[in-house]
Design a protein around this ligand. Structure first.
Ligand SMILES: Nc1ncnc2c1ncn2[C@@H]1O[C@H](COP(=O)(O)OP(=O)(O)O)[C@@H](O)[C@H]1O
Ligand SMILES: [Mg+2]
Length: 241
């Protein structure tokens, strides 16, 4: 494990962030959530994003995932400089990466299987595509340990199982990058540990690059890199999580 400073040097960066800034304006305050972030993440690595609550972890993940846009700075993911492309290409980009949230964000009225195929819905294909998508979703559900649960209503599952569904959903587009925002934050220690083991296993199987925002120091210690945030800046101080 290395504690990464503000000048990143990695051999084969798949994520490259430069001079990233984002300020939120509320009615009576301004919050600088990203204050000039430089970051590089190597292909196939697992990076822990640590830091106290409010330090900007979610903001950074949202910006990298194009769920929000920065005020300035550049973000390159693979060959795409996402801070320079059109809204249409940004939608394609968004669909090409995986996102796992703390609170699962499953659709309550849909089955487990349909939740996994949701990211593919906008790309309406023929019937054969639909069949292929469902096969792929079944394969991923088996990979996350949920074979046999395909037709259950998603919200009838336990928290740990719901997060497994969310992870399968994140993988349906075969993303090269998966961003996970405190994926164990709503789970008990044992279940959280299983989810982390699953994420590491999937990284090995699917060769994805993983960035995990987490408060869990035990988890951070197992990652290839640890990036510590404080007040929207990367710091080199020892993580206090
Ligand atoms: N949509 C928003 N509107 C206003 N302030 C926000 C918004 N999102 C985040 N913030 C603020 O930005 C800062 C960083 O938040 P966040 O990225 O959620 O931190 P973390 O994930 O590390 O807890 C916090 O002060 C938070 O209150
Ligand atoms: Mg957060």
């Amino acid at each position: 494990m290395t504690i990464q400073g503000s000048i990143p040097e990695v051999a084969d960066p798949v994520i490259h962030v430069s001079e990233l800034r984002k300020t939120f304006h509320t009615l009576d305050a301004e919050v600088i959530a990203a204050d000039g972030i430089d970051l590089a993440v190597g292909r196939g690595t697992v990076t822990a994003l640590t830091g106290p609550s409010g330090s900007g972890k979610s903001t950074l993940l949202h910006l990298i995932g194009a769920l929000d846009s920065p005020d300035s700075g550049t973000i390159r993911v693979g060959d795409v400089t996402i801070t320079e492309i059109s809204a249409r290409r940004l939608a394609d980009y968004r669909a090409s990466i995986g996102f796992v949230f703390q609170s699962f964000h499953l659709l309550a009225t849909l089955s487990v299987l349909d939740n996994v195929t949701v990211p593919l819905l906008p790309r309406r294909g023929g019937r054969r595509d639909a069949a292929r998508t469902r096969d792929k979703a079944r394969e991923l559900l088996a990979a996350v340990g949920l074979a046999g649960r395909e037709n259950s209503p998603a919200t009838k599952l336990s928290g740990g199982q719901q997060q497994r569904v969310a992870i399968a959903r994140a993988l349906i587009n075969e993303p090269s990058v998966v961003l996970a925002d405190e994926p164990t934050g709503n789970l008990d220690t044992h279940t959280g540990e299983e989810i982390i083991r699953l994420l590491f296993d999937l990284r090995d199987t699917y060769r994805t690059t993983l960035v995990i925002a987490t408060h869990d120091f035990d988890l951070a210690k197992r990652c290839d890199n640890v990036v510590h945030l404080r007040d929207g800046r990367l710091t080199t101080e020892a993580p206090q999580v």
